[in-house]
Design a protein around this ligand. Structure first.
Ligand code: SAM
Ligand code: F3S
Length: 627
């Protein structure tokens, strides 16, 4: 359990400080197969698209174009398919139910004959076929008497209850849950949601809010304290120990309310939920639902279980279904769009792969559909999200490339700005840099963590890249886009880091001069290799390095912003300046925050020319330019 996790307990002194390269298993790239998490036992239906072609050569050519990302499945269906029933619907077949796939006169007979359906649905149909191992996004080729079917698995319906652990909570005790139907009938329910951590969590929270509101559970009015909420959701982060410890102090007052007889439902979501699982219920028995990040789309279903008197733990590795409910977006202008969930890397310090699971790319079709719908709803900026965004598509069959997807999103009409996070220096390709340089709507802005400026430390971290490789990427960006904004993440005091190795990190920062670096002192995390090494750097040393690196970061951030004074920049207006209501807040394409006087009603979502008049460490001030 994390609360009893101490450095001493986690340091069995097995690994000596002299060992240069740690010998833990890596799970990079295709070595980790996310097909394994599509468990046929809990799947009940597949949603499919298909294309019917008449000969093998055409099928091979089309597969090749799909593999190279030159065509989308939906385009192939519209252009080449000889299936009249589905051609006009972008190849959409609909749901194929496992239970009755072999029924006589099946409604899908006209497009998918029995032999095709049985290969897809019956795990015993053909032990050599790989169809049963399909996962959303994959495309497979199956022959029938009608021709050659290219079939894309779009989504899987899973009985999520089979994957959760439940504990029945006896009725009649004082720990009532607010989502009990009797409580719901009596009054309007309100939720509060607090979000810690990264953009992934922010995006997950928006999805969970959407689901709660579709159940008619409304957001608590801003003036009410969270202790007035009937459903309390805490979306947690476990990237560093202090983030994790906040969880328990947050739950405290709500657990007390519950013990005192208030009907309140307590949900702990996010990475601490995944990491702690049932332990959370042991430590806080008042909690109703422990929900790992892979279940963020299923909050509604799982609350139903809670309303039946259960305490539920949903942390089993799970493939992530496409959204059925609309997220409730925090902004009307800027939206997050997940393109790949999870991470297959094994950075020796990082807990994310064990809390967010293996990589799962969404199909390009569903990503583009979501982006187009956002534009139709008036959104102007989209940020594509992935823990390692450059890994996008390597888990799909056929594989896809992130640079191709980025270009496709960048070409969406009326979408003003596209951003993306997070790039991994090991995988980031020149094609990505080129796509940004060549597409005017993709912001010249990059977030590329470097973690350390020393090759030995990078090797021990298991990052898979050198300092030289990192600098080469920066050089290419600056050559093609000299003004590009570049931000990064770094860790100081990684086990074994010497003063000299730390000074290499400062040197790298001097060389690049970042617009901002998220700095962190290394925090040992449970179930990560580096936490067990016996060469931990002392807390005093880590704090000292953190302060020194923060000073350098502030200096560079200030210098970088000061060069903007006197220039006129296009600012996408996002909100009012909460500290000064006569001002609005927006960003330059590099990502710099800019404040200027203006009316938010008039300007929100607009691109405004602003002359920059002053700069500070993390923001700029300006005035509307008279052109
Ligand atoms: N893949 C994303 C990325 O590269 O930014 C997300 C990783 S994590 C959510 C964000 C950052 O947290 C990492 O880049 C790393 O600098 C920092 N981090 C991760 N584990 C850490 C640890 N154990 N101690 C301190 N910082 C950590
Ligand atoms: Fe993945 Fe964490 Fe490394 S999210 S890329 S294991 S920093």
């Amino acid at each position: 359990m994390s609360e009893t996790f101490t450095l001493a307990a986690a340091t069995p002194a097995k690994v000596s400080a002299a060992v240069a390269t740690p010998s833990y298993p890596t799970m990079r790239g295709s070595e980790t197969d996310s097909r394994r998490i599509v468990d046929p036992a809990s799947a009940s239906a597949y949603r499919l698209r298909h294309v019917l072609l008449q000969d093998d050569i055409a099928a091979e050519e089309v597969m090749d174009l799909l593999k190279k990302g030159k065509l989308l499945f939906t385009e192939v269906a519209r252009t080449f398919s000889s299936c009249e029933g589905t051609r006009e619907k972008d190849g959409e077949v609909g749901w194929l139910d496992f239970a009755n796939y072999d029924a006589p006169d099946h409604p899908l007979d006209p497009c998918l004959p029995l032999n095709v359906r049985s290969l897809l649905c019956n795990p015993d149909a053909d032990s050599d076929s790989d169809q049963v191992k399909m996962k959303p996004g994959d495309i497979t080729k199956i022959k029938s008497t009608r021709g050659i079917h290219l079939i894309q698995l779009v989504d899987v319906m899973v009985n999520v209850n089979n994957k959760t652990k439940k504990r029945y909570r006896a009725k009649g005790n004082t720990w009532e849950t607010a989502v009990d139907p009797s409580n719901r009938n009596q009054k309007q329910l309100y939720y509060s949601m607090d979000t810690m951590g990264c953009q992934m969590n922010t995006a997950d929270s928006e999805r969970m809010k959407g689901q709660l509101e579709s159940l008619n559970i409304l957001p608590l009015p801003p003036s009410s304290p969270s202790t007035k909420a009937d459903v309390v959701v805490l979306n947690t982060c476990s990237i560093r120990d202090h983030a994790e410890q906040k969880v328990y102090s947050y739950i405290g007052p709500h657990a007390k309310r519950k013990r005192e007889g208030e009907a309140v439902s307590i949900v702990v979501a996010g990475c601490v939920a995944e990491q702690e699982g049932e332990n959370l219920l042991r430590r806080c028995p008042e909690v109703d639902l422990v929900l790992g990040p892979q279940y963020a789309n299923r909050l509604g279903d799982l609350l139903e279980d809670v309303s039946n008197g259960n305490q539920v733990v949903a942390t089993e590795p799970e493939f992530i279904v496409e959204d059925v409910t609309k997220p409730k977006r925090d902004s009307k202008t800027c939206a997050w769009v997940n393109i790949i969930y999870g991470c297959n890397e094994r950075c020796a310090f990082c807990i994310v792969p064990s809390t967010r699971g293996v990589e799962q790319s969404r199909t390009a079709e569903s990503i583009l559909e979501e982006c187009r719908n956002l534009v139709a709803d008036g959104f102007k900026e989209i940020t594509l999200l992935g823990q390692n965004i450059d890994a996008y598509g390597r888990d799909l069959s056929p594989k896809r490339k992130f640079s191709d997807l980025l270009t496709m999103v960048g070409e969406i009409e009326h979408l003003e700005r596209v951003r993306f996070v997070t790039s991994h220096p090991r995988y980031m390709s020149d094609n990505v840099v080129d796509a940004v340089a060549e597409n005017p709507s993709i912001c010249n802005s990059f977030h590329i963590p470097f973690q350390s400026g020393n090759d030995k430390v990078l090797r021990e971290m298991g990052r898979g890249h050198s300092v030289a490789k990192y600098l080469k990427i920066i050089e290419r960006i600056r050559k093609r886009m000299p003004e590009a904004g570049i931000t990064a993440d770094v860790i100081v005091g990684f086990p074994g880091e010497t003063e000299e190795e730390f000074s290499d990190t400062l040197k790298l920062m001097e060389e690049v001069k970042f617009d901002n670096v998220n700095t962190a002192a290394y925090s040992p995390r449970p179930n990560t290799p580096a936490a067990e090494w016996d060469n931990q750097v002392s807390e005093i040393e880590k704090n000292d390095r953190l302060q020194r690196i923060n000073r350098l970061n502030l200096k560079h951030a200030k210098e970088r912003r000061s060069r903007m004074v006197g220039r006129t920049e296009k600012i996408l207006v996002e909100s009012r300046n909460i500290k000064n209501p006569v001002q609005v807040m927006g960003r330059t394409e590099h990502g710099y925050v800019v404040y200027f006087e203006g009316d938010i009603q008039e300007l929100e979502g607009g691109l405004v020319d602003v002359k920059i008049t002053a700069s500070s460490t993390y923001s700029l001030t300006g005035e509307r330019a008279l052109l």
